[in-house]
Design a protein around this ligand. Structure first.
Ligand code: ADP
Ligand code: MG
Length: 372
């Protein structure tokens, strides 16, 4: 049972990006106060929160200030400084704990955790030093992907190794230190990428959100759609994965699980201990969004069984696509347009997204997306 924290209590969020913004947008109508900690003045979440503490994520005295003012503290990204967080925030104000953060902050630990639960992941090997990469490639067999154990996101810190030529080339042109912690994993020829969100509510009931089908471009999520058409075998494997992880962790707060489907087999790609880009469509398409689900979980409230009202797709707006979208909103009645309010438009940066529900609006959004 999670301690109940009722409105008008204050929720402190470490990190002020779009996930923090949408968490704040879910918490506010419930009557909670929201304080956001982020180094950037007017970060997306700060635009909608009651207050911002402008400080870096590892600033212990700033985190203490957040903890003093908040009744419960949460985070919107996984690379939070765990030591600083633990030093600053008393355990009773951090219902999510740090065990899950500790696992997900390191790809190797994460894969070992999943494998130890008997859950399926692609064959992988730790690479402590680049001199052993050749041997590790034999172990998992090519094609493979080399990933930094820590700090990667949106495809940053990843190198494709399709064949032995690419391996030689990578070693010849390596720019990073040779002893950074890396994980080598077999590249799966997947049929589809899916994801599922899971949490436990204040009573300990496990809740999952509709499985989404995800399309990436240059390693960045482009489109998510739900519901996914799933065979009973695949649906069962996903259910088992979500409940096994939620039980093993005594999960509090929402967790995103990225999946690969190869034939009738499901593999776990990675975990995200926070709301996930692929489930933004839950804002418009389900009875309780992933963001409200997260808030309810950390405040000890119940969450009903999740139902989806209508089929939906979400299109990410990357870089200057936001500029086009701001114009075209005027001629697309079916759009649910989200602009995170980031000041600087950078190539590949997630600037906003559009959700469409129902067949006609979904078709219109897909067509608009392909013209970008
Ligand atoms: P990130 O932290 O950047 O999201 P991921 O490990 O999820 O990193 O990789 C990003 C994308 O790269 C995945 O969504 C998938 O499209 C592709 N990818 C990653 N690992 C594999 C793999 N083992 N086999 C096939 N594709 C992969
Ligand atoms: Mg990923």
């Amino acid at each position: 049972m999670t301690k109940r924290i009722l409105p008008p209590a204050t929720i402190g969020i470490v990190g002020g990006g779009q996930l923090g913004q949408m968490l704040a947008l879910a918490a506010k109508p419930m009557g909670y106060q929201v304080i956001v900690l982020d180094p950037q003045v007017d970060a997306p979440a700060a635009l909608v929160a009651d207050q911002q503490i402008v400080a870096s994520y590892d600033d212990v005295s700033a985190l203490r200030n957040l903890a003093n003012q908040a009744d419960v503290v949460t985070y919107e990204f996984e690379n939070v400084d765990q030591t600083a967080l633990q030093a600053a925030v008393p355990a009773e104000k951090l219902p999510q704990g740090v065990a899950l953060l500790n696992i997900t902050a390191n790809r190797l630990r994460e894969k070992q955790f999943l494998a130890a639960l008997g859950l399926p992941v692609a064959p992988f090997a730790a690479v402590d030093n680049l001199v052993t990469l050749d041997a590790r490639c034999h172990e998992v067999s090519l094609p493979a992907i080399l990933k930094t154990a820590t700090g990667g996101y949106d495809g940053h810190g990843q190198w494709d190794i399709p064949n032995t030529d690419a391996l030689a080339n990578l070693l010849a042109h390596w720019q990073q230190p040779t002893d950074i912690a890396l994980v080598l994993e077999k590249k799966l020829a997947f049929d589809r990428e899916l994801s599922v969100m899971v949490t436990r509510d204040g009573r300990g009931e496990i809740r999952t959100w509709p499985v989404t089908v995800n399309e990436h471009q240059h390693h960045i999520l482009r489109v998510s759609a739900a519901p996914a058409t799933l065979s009973p075998q695949i649906a069962k494997q996903i259910e088992n994965i979500a409940t096994t992880i939620a039980n093993a962790l005594q999960l509090v707060g929402i967790l995103g699980i990225e999946l690969f489907v190869v034939g009738e087999r499901v593999y776990i790609n990675e975990l995200a201990p926070r709301p996930h880009n692929s489930a933004h469509l839950t804002i418009e398409a389900t009875n309780v969004s992933q963001f409200e689900g997260h808030i309810r979980s950390i405040t000890g409230l119940p969450i009903p069984v999740i139902t989806q009202y209508a089929p939906a797709i979400m299109l990410n707006l990357l870089g200057d696509q936001i500029i086009q979208a701001r114009q075209d909103i005027a001629t697309h009645e079916g759009w649910h347009f989200h602009d995170y309010g980031k000041r600087d438009v950078k190539p590949g940066r997630k600037m906003g997204h559009i959700t469409a529900t129902g067949m006609a609006a979904m078709k219109d959004l897909r067509e608009w997306g392909t013209r970008l």
